[in-house]
Write a protein of this length. Structure first.
Length: 272
């Protein structure tokens, strides 16, 4: 696919997916949505890529839906996603609850990290919140954005935010659609860390490199799957699945390599 609204670069086991419409503050369009899903499907299919960092070009992350697209919806009297019929379907088929827009990110085996470098509004905030981990610049201005234009909370954000930051704080952000700085919510649990702008990408990259080096590929895949599946099942089922995975993992070459590396006090050489 020809990339017109995004950029994609791979360095070792870490890919950086950049939302790249800086002239429009990386505003989301049907084309960007199409490229985003296609690139995530590409990353998921690449055995060399274990982590994807999502960020924005320039001084913004993503200011939400492009105003021209919003005007188009109003003129048509309904929502038009502007995406093709053959849209990529990464993560689909794992479980029914993930077969929806952005929820599919929970079904990926690839770990996703949002590096929120600037303004994140509406669907831009949605994309960041569906990442597994989030880092933000202190100056990043954030809003759910939907209220002032008469829309509901988008893409399941009303399900996701209460689980990330608690109901009271989520209600604040969802009901008011107020703007706030990442530095204001540094201790809310929305972000793993809030750092100075010049430290953002080095921080996200260092985290990605660390888990790639220290955590076995199978462990990373299994643990991510457990995290999101366990939000939809009871504790007994979660324990039973953990026991099943434990037995299977001990027959994996990476388990033997991890134990050997621990005994020999050396970095592991993962092959999984």
């Amino acid at each position: 696919m020809e990339l017109k609204t995004t950029q994609y670069d791979v360095d070792g086991a870490v890919a950086v997916l950049t939302l790249a419409r800086p002239q429009r503050r990386n505003a989301w369009t049907g084309r960007m949505h199409t490229e985003f899903r296609w690139l995530m499907e590409h990353a998921e299919a690449d055995p060399a890529v274990r982590v994807v960092i999502l960020t924005g070009e320039g001084s913004d992350f993503c200011v939400g839906a492009d105003t021209q697209a919003l005007e188009g919806h109003a003129e048509k009297g309904g929502y038009d996603p502007g995406t093709p019929a053959d849209l990529a379907m990464p993560g689909y088929g794992v479980a029914d609850q993930f077969d929806q827009n952005f929820a599919w990110m929970m079904a990926l085996e690839t770990v996703t990290i949002a590096a929120v470098n600037g303004a994140a509004a509406g669907v831009g905030l949605v994309a960041a919140c569906y990442c597994d981990l989030r880092f933000a610049a202190t100056t990043a201005k954030i809003t759910t954005a939907h209220g002032p234009i008469g829309l509901p909370a988008e893409y399941g954000l009303s399900w996701l935010l209460p689980r990330q930051i608690g109901l009271t704080r989520a209600n604040d952000l969802l009901l008011s659609s107020r703007k706030f700085l990442a530095s204001e919510v540094a201790d809310w649990g929305m972000f793993n860390a809030v750092v100075e702008p010049h430290e953002l990408m080095p921080t996200a990259r260092a985290y990605a490199d660390d888990i790639v080096a220290r955590v076995a590929p199978a462990s990373l895949r299994n643990t991510k799957r457990q995290i999101y599946m366990d939000q939809h099942r009871d504790v007994g089922t979660a324990v039973a699945e953990a026991d099943r995975l434990l037995d299977a993992s001990m027959r994996d070459p990476d388990y033997r390599e991890g134990v050997q590396a621990l005994v020999e006090r050396r970095p592991a050489n993962w092959t999984g």
